[in-house]
Design a binder for this molecule. Structure first.
Ligand SMILES: *Cc1c(COP(=O)(O)O)cnc(C)c1O
Length: 431
């Protein structure tokens, strides 16, 4: 497969952009090689700058649950564009999207839109500190909540791929109020709550971890967090930037039936355009400016084009059997991966919740948190990734990321993928 044009474009990009990319995971640091430059996407397919076609299981890292260039999403965007791109003043459709979020998430009474998941998590933290008057927060090792300073501590995929789990430039005064617990380990949370009574403003968690590879919560983990935080008057923040509208229309909180105090959203609600949102209980959200003293603002927040894409996406997700279809497609891909590696006798484990999944190269019984993730064979994943790419399947260019199946993946796509995965597994085995 010729990728000459991508190589040339990458060389040019590196002259003007750090590392040639605007987000580190795109540089393929974790799998090696030269990143492909993408030119076009349609449904489940993408085309690179050399015209090579791939079945895409990245979906722009989560937003594209309908696949690329869905005609109804594009037409809503174009319609909205004809009336202007931004006003920095209220528009009617922002309320429509807010109403839909509030309807779908019973834990959310009020919601504020921002322009990225990073902003959503950063703002939710500031709000939890403003509301509780406390300084410290607990996050989980391998949990990613965007690149706000206080959250760039043991932050999973992007940073881990580049060997710097803690970013340079994050001062110790920022990091010292961030306590890092182990995912799926309630005792590690309890220990901090005991050690710092009435000092912890919030626990922030991806209810299904998605940024150290997919890790489902063990039974009782989310319920345990809910109990502990309630007892300590600490807020529980679910970062559902990936899982919101992905694992169920009402997110992981619907799937596992645990209600957080605050929720972060992003990715899918922007229909492929830049977005984030945070929302929650009315008494907490009323601390947000202009109602309360916690300041947070954004020139392009609630941008009409983004909101239109989000509304169109959610409308389509409310169609018949959406989540049953995603479950079936996710299961099909999982079985292909498991079958292929069982056949060549290479030990793997696939973690999956609905349409998000990760293939781990490991003989461990369970991948439950960062410690077990870090013991998986990243080299084997890199080899698998490149073999698949060469036969036209685009998987995440990192062993620590989720693959995403979309509604656009047809049974034919999944059949082609099954055959390709078998070929790639044979090649991995051959070394
Ligand atoms: C992607 C992601 C973010 C950050 O969102 P951006 O829009 O990239 O800033 C935050 N939290 C989680 C769980 C994410 O997956």
């Amino acid at each position: 497969m010729a990728r000459q044009r991508s190589s040339e474009l990458f060389a040019q990009a590196r002259q003007f952009i750090p590392g040639g990319v605007n987000s580190p995971a795109r540089s393929w640091g974790a799998v090696g090689g030269t990143p492909i430059f993408l030119a076009r996407g349609q449904g489940s397919r993408i085309w690179d700058a050399d015209g090579n076609e791939y079945i895409d299981f990245v979906g722009s890292w989560g937003p594209l649950i309908l696949g690329h260039s869905h005609p109804q999403v594009l037409s809503r965007i174009k319609e909205t564009l004809d009336s202007g791109t931004s006003f920095g003043a209220p528009t009617e459709i922002e309320t429509q999207l807010a109403r839909e979020v509030v309807r779908a998430y019973p834990s959310i009474d009020l919601v504020r839109f921002v322009s990225s998941g990073t902003e959503a998590a950063m703002s939710a933290l500031r709000l939890s500190r403003a509301f509780t008057g406390r300084d410290k927060i607990i996050k989980f090792s391998g949990g990613y909540h965007g690149h706000a300073d206080a959250l760039l501590v043991k932050a999973g995929s992007g940073a881990a791929s580049h060997g710097t789990p803690d970013s340079a430039g994050v001062t110790s005064s920022f990091a010292q109020d961030t306590l890092v617990a182990e995912y799926n380990d309630l005792e590690s949370v309890e220990a901090y709550l005991r050690a710092h009574p009435r000092k912890i403003a919030a626990v922030i968690v991806e209810p299904v971890a998605g940024n150290m590879g997919v890790i489902p919560p063990r039974p009782g983990f989310l319920e345990g967090l809910r109990d502990m935080t309630s007892k300590n008057e600490t807020l529980l923040i679910f970062d559902e930037v990936i899982t919101g509208f992905r694992v169920a229309y009402g997110g992981a909180q619907e799937l596992y039936n645990v209600a957080p105090d605050l929720t972060c959203l992003g990715k899918i609600i922007g229909g492929g355009l830049p977005v984030g949102a945070y929302g929650g209980r009315r008494d907490i959200m009323e601390v947000v400016s202009p109602l309360g003293p916690m300041y947070q603002a954004g020139t392009l927040s609630g941008n009409p084009v983004t909101v239109a894409a989000g509304l169109a996406t959610l409308e389509l997700l409310r169609g018949p059997d959406t989540y049953a279809k995603l479950e079936a497609k996710g299961l099909s891909l999982t079985q292909s991966l498991e079958d292929a590696f069982a056949e060549v006798d290479v030990p793997v484990r696939v973690n999956r919740v609905g349409s998000m999944l990760t293939l781990f190269f490991t003989d461990q019984e369970e991948i439950a948190g960062w410690e077990s993730v870090s013991r998986c064979d990243a080299q084997a994943y890199a080899s698998f990734f490149h073999r698949l790419l060469d036969i036209g399947i685009y998987f995440p260019p990192s062993p620590f990321e989720s693959a995403f199946v979309s509604l656009a993946h047809t049974s034919e796509d999944l059949e082609v993928t099954r055959e390709s995965v078998h070929k790639a597994a044979l090649a991995v085995k051959a070394g």
